[in-house]
Ligand binder design. Structure first.
Ligand SMILES: C[S@@+](CC[C@H](N)C(=O)[O-])C[C@H]1O[C@@H](n2cnc3c(N)ncnc32)[C@H](O)[C@@H]1O
Length: 403
């Protein structure tokens, strides 16, 4: 089939695409504003991939309920894109290391080209070599959001002051990959994931990309956040980078209306917000619940430990550590009583953050009554030893702390 030569504006866009693909600065192309005869087609996201045959561009044709992937060598990829512009798609966003190039068609199919800068231009540094190496569980297509969320600079190098956050994101994805492998996740439908108190969305984007592009499992990921500005900016970034199955919802951990999550994540949800999140996962039998609690204040005023501990607990720091320990130990035991296997561990070195204890719970097929009764007894003994009368997760579960 012969094609009319593209307009000069479209040619300029295609030249920009070909140039960044050939010099290695291409991050992503998103084709949107769909005018396809196929009503299920939503958009196409094109990202660089390295196959055995060498560097290619991977096209993700995203339909309402499925994603179709096709890979092309660079020249063939540009030739594929050309006939789609101004026909099937009325907008194209090209993300490169140096700029964002946007091609838009109006109703008369007249093209317009605009150029934008990458959002972060502050002083950047060369990272230690291991920061470059740790990209293994995040795919290359994570580069645009890592850059837009300020973790990396335009060339993918970790920015000054962001090394801890970068390490935390990768460590989290690594842990999630192990935890997910052991969890009874659905194989016949997309996995529903909720990230409660998602903040700026670093871990939400990472979770989405790990499941959809590394584990190759269809997912729908929802971030829940109280701050409207963060929800709006995360939704805009998810749309711009073609992540149709990632959305952010304004609301509270306790009350947000959500699809039932198979995986519930709540990292650094303050104080009893962690209990609210766990309770939501338990109420719907989530296969995997991953929390990293912080600011455990609830039990501190209640701590009235055995006489032997009283002199030690005069010191504020010991009270604080005991409150953290008792709060999280009771959470882990209550999860076990609810039919989960729990693991409690430091998920990142204290050198990087003090908020580093993770409680991960995987749903068991069943728990026998005797085990449940033994766990209930252990919970009451622990609560009694520390004089704890009220614990939010116990209250959510209607678990009486004393008999
Ligand atoms: C410390 S940040 C953690 C962000 C992210 N989970 C992480 O670990 O990188 C906690 C976030 O939770 C949000 N948050 C706190 N309480 C919340 C609640 N009850 N419902 C929804 N979001 C909440 C805050 O606005 C904040 O953005």
């Amino acid at each position: 089939m012969s094609l009319c030569p593209p307009s000069p504006v479209v040619s300029e866009f295609l030249d920009a695409l070909a140039a960044c693909v050939s010099d290695g600065t291409f991050h992503q192309l998103t084709l949107g504003k769909t005018r396809s005869a196929d009503p299920t087609l939503r958009n196409v996201v094109v990202r660089p991939v390295t196959l055995k045959a060498g560097p290619h561009l991977s096209f993700l044709w995203q339909h309402e309920t499925q994603t179709v992937t096709k890979n092309f060598a660079s020249d063939a990829a540009v030739a594929e894109i050309r006939p789609l512009l101004g026909t099937t798609f009325y907008s194209a966003h090209l993300f490169t290391a140096a700029r964002v190039v946007q091609l838009e068609f109006n109703k008369k199919t007249e093209p317009r080209l605009t150029f934008g800068k990458p959002s972060h231009t502050v002083a950047e540094t060369t990272p230690p070599p291991h920061d470059r190496a740790k990209s293994r569980l995040l795919p290359a297509e994570s580069a645009p959001w890592l850059h837009r969320l300020g973790i990396t600079n335009a060339t993918g190098v970790v920015r000054e002051g962001m090394a801890d956050k970068h390490r935390q994101i990768h460590k989290f994805v690594e842990l999630l990959s192990h935890l997910a492998a052991d969890a009874p996740l659905p194989a016949d439908r997309p996995i529903e994931i909720a990230d409660m108190g998602c903040g700026k969305g670093y871990l939400t984007f990472a979770t989405h990309d790990y499941f959809s592009s590394v584990a190759n499992r269809p997912v729908r990921v929802t971030g829940v956040e109280l701050r409207p500005a963060l929800v709006a900016s995360c939704n805009a970034l998810a749309r711009e980078t073609g992540r149709l199955q990632l959305r952010f919802q304004l609301g509270s951990i306790a009350d947000a209306r959500l699809p039932n999550p198979d995986v519930l994540i709540a990292l650094h949800a303050c104080d009893t917000a962690t209990d609210d999140a766990i309770a939501r996962g338990l109420a719907v039998g989530s296969a995997l619940i991953v929390t990293a609690p912080c600011c455990q204040k609830e039990l501190r005023p209640q701590l009235a430990a055995a006489a032997v501990l009283a002199p030690a607990l005069r010191h504020g720091i010991f009270q604080e550590r005991h409150a953290e320990f008792v709060t999280d130990a009771l959470r882990a035991l209550l999860l076990e009583w609810s039919g989960y296997r729990t693991k409690v561990f430091e998920f990142i070195s204290t050198e990087h953050t003090a908020k580093n204890v993770m409680i991960a719970a995987t749903k068991l097929p069943s728990v026998d009554d005797a085990t449940r009764e033994r766990t209930a007894h252990a919970i009451r003994e622990l609560a009694s030893f520390y004089g704890i009368k009220s614990h939010t997760l116990a209250r959510h579960l209607n678990f009486p702390l004393s008999t």
